[in-house]
Write a protein that binds this ligand. Structure first.
Ligand SMILES: Cc1cc2nc3c(=O)[nH]c(=O)nc-3n(C[C@H](O)[C@H](O)[C@H](O)COP(=O)(O)OP(=O)(O)OC[C@H]3O[C@@H](n4cnc5c(N)ncnc54)[C@H](O)[C@@H]3O)c2cc1C
Length: 499
């Protein structure tokens, strides 16, 4: 068993926030030393409020209290306090919510980023992780151990929100969505009851825990994860020629290349097209990023072989640029402190149909730092989960638009841009991923995150686990279910594959 020390978040490291030391089990509940109230006259409240999200631009909502805890007893104390004070509770783990769900007017915002212990059991190939653990922290804890996990694609994404939403992680094509590798969780209910949720204790709540995202009605204090054999990672990138005069046909050509290439790929190869706006009248930049997760170096190279047969690309980086999952995460070059918001859609349209539709919004992008990621949502997972989760990709491609910008420069235009990017796809939308939606801009989309009946399942579990409504639901809840999306059906591409 290997255990990594908890690394407190930057907020907890600030002496101004003096987080109380964890009490021994069974001791009296802690006080709320990590609390900052909205009536504070100094800058601490504003720092705590802004710290509820990683984005450098946040909505103006003013929680009544921001409470930072570092263990389950602290969670319990905070929930007690909220109940006594009549405050609804919101939760922050990694702070990457694209709907800023931890940041709500008048609520008690519970920051559990300090619950970031990682404990690895090599004998069983499992791990217990706190919800504040980031993608990079888990990947680093596992590196070189022979074990791995499909962590999110960005280093600082918190496992709390990521796993609850479903988790589109590295090597999803073979390992499935990250939530399928959740074996169980420790939770604290709004009324203070502490319980374990897994397939045996409460199969329905456990299904909802794996996909309801910000609509999940309890505080998760730890997840138990199934781990996978550590792969050898190889990556290539290929850049496409796009001319400003022929942008539409060039984008269609890049899309046809991706459609043909994707059809040839093994599940262990992840293909993502990254589209960035060109600077000053320049055409958009399209880069295919191809990452293989092999049993060993030879296998990884074999998986990448189809790339050698590819067509109209400007350049292909032949030297492997990364060799491990932590390295994939460390290459992130996004400047810190930038504004960040996203919008996502699933579709069954192919790359060739999707890419030209993105030309106009890319040309109108207010920030050159922004990008649109188009990648496969399909998988042939190496082993089915023991019990099916609520989350399931509702299309074959995922299109995610991420606005990234310097705070104060066209904030309103940058906040609106991701929604404008996916608008031209409206007639081919098959659903949305609750983890990457801007639910403040499009609250009605929460009704399209799950298969028919999914919304009612979440509502039933909410009514059962949190009958008094202590946890604040996300924007859009209770959802007004919109008209059915085009061509939604049970995904035929979710075939099982023998390991
Ligand atoms: C830059 C960036 C990159 C991203 N990359 C990916 C990616 O590769 N794959 C992917 O699938 N998604 C990705 N996302 C989306 C991300 O997974 C979701 O936004 C997720 O909710 C973030 O989790 P968090 O813990 O960091 O966020 P938080 O803002 O802390 O949490 C979001 C919400 O989830 C709920 N929640 C969080 N923790 C708990 C808990 N312990 N108990 C109960 N409820 C909780 C709360 O409602 C909370 O408000 C990305 C987002 C950003 C901004």
């Amino acid at each position: 068993m290997r255990r990594t020390g908890a690394t407190r978040s930057a907020l907890a490291a600030d002496p101004a926030f003096a987080v109380e030391t964890a009490p021994a089990a069974g001791a009296a509940p802690v006080g709320l030393a990590g609390t900052v109230s909205s009536d504070l006259g100094d800058g601490r409240y504003e720092a705590a409020r802004r710290g509820l999200a990683v984005s450098g631009v946040v909505p103006p909502d003013r929680p009544a209290r921001v409470v930072q805890v570092c263990d389950a007893a602290g969670v319990l104390a905070a929930l007690d306090h909220a109940s006594a004070a009549g405050l609804g509770v919101t939760i922050r783990s990694g702070g990457h919510s694209t709907a800023f769900t931890a940041l709500r007017d008048g609520a008690l915002a519970l920051d559990v980023s300090g619950l970031d212990d990682v404990s690895i059991d090599h004998a069983t190939g499992t791990a217990i992780v706190g919800p504040g653990t980031t993608s990079l922290a888990l990947a680093e804890a596992l590196a070189g151990t022979g074990l791995a996990f499909p962590v999110g694609h960005r280093a600082s994404v918190g496992l709390g929100g990521f796993l609850l939403a479903g988790g589109n992680g590295w090597n999803q094509g073979a390992w499935g969505s990250a939530c399928e590798s959740v074996l169980g969780a420790q939770v604290v209910l709004a009324d203070g009851r502490r319980t374990s949720l897994d397939a045996q204790t409460d199969a329905e709540a456990f299904a909802v825990l794996r996909g309801a995202g910000p609509a999940f009605p309890a505080v998760v204090t730890a997840f138990r994860l199934r781990l996978w054999p550590e792969p050898t990672v190889r990556r290539r990138t290929a850049r496409f020629r796009v001319d400003v005069r022929t942008a539409l046909s060039d984008l269609a050509a890049a899309g046809r290349w991706a459609d043909a290439f994707a059809a040839d790929l093994a599940p262990e190869v992840e293909l993502t097209l990254v589209l960035s706006p060109g600077e000053r009248e320049e055409p958009p930049v399209v880069v295919a990023s191809v990452t293989a997760f092999g049993r060993d170096g030879d296998h990884a190279e074999e998986l990448l072989a189809p790339l050698g047969r590819c067509g109209p690309v400007e350049q292909t980086t032949l030297a492997p640029s990364t060799t491990s999952i932590p390295d994939l995460l460390r290459v992130d070059t996004t400047p810190t402190g930038t504004g960040s918001v996203a919008q996502q859609t699933w579709t069954r349209a192919g790359y060739a149909e999707v890419l030209p539709r993105l030309a106009r919004p890319l040309a109108a992008a207010p920030s050159p730092l922004s990008s649109v990621l188009v990648s496969s949502a399909s998988y042939r997972r190496a082993a089915a989960p023991a019990t099916e989760p609520l989350h399931r990709p509702r299309g074959t491609l995922t299109v995610a638009a991420y606005s990234t910008w310097v705070p104060g420069v066209d904030d309103a235009a940058n906040l609106a841009w991701p929604t404008a990017v996916v608008e031209p796809l409206a007639d081919v939308v098959t659903g949305h991923y609750v983890g990457e939606l801007d639910l403040r801009a499009t609250p009605e989309r929460i009704g399209r995150c799950w298969e028919p009946g999914g919304l009612a399942r979440v509502a039933a579990v909410r009514a059962r686990l949190d009958p008094a409504g202590g946890l604040v639901p996300p924007p859009g809840w209770p959802a007004v279910v919109g008209p059915p999306c085009s061509a939604v059906e049970t995904a035929p591409h979710h075939q099982e594959r023998t390991p």
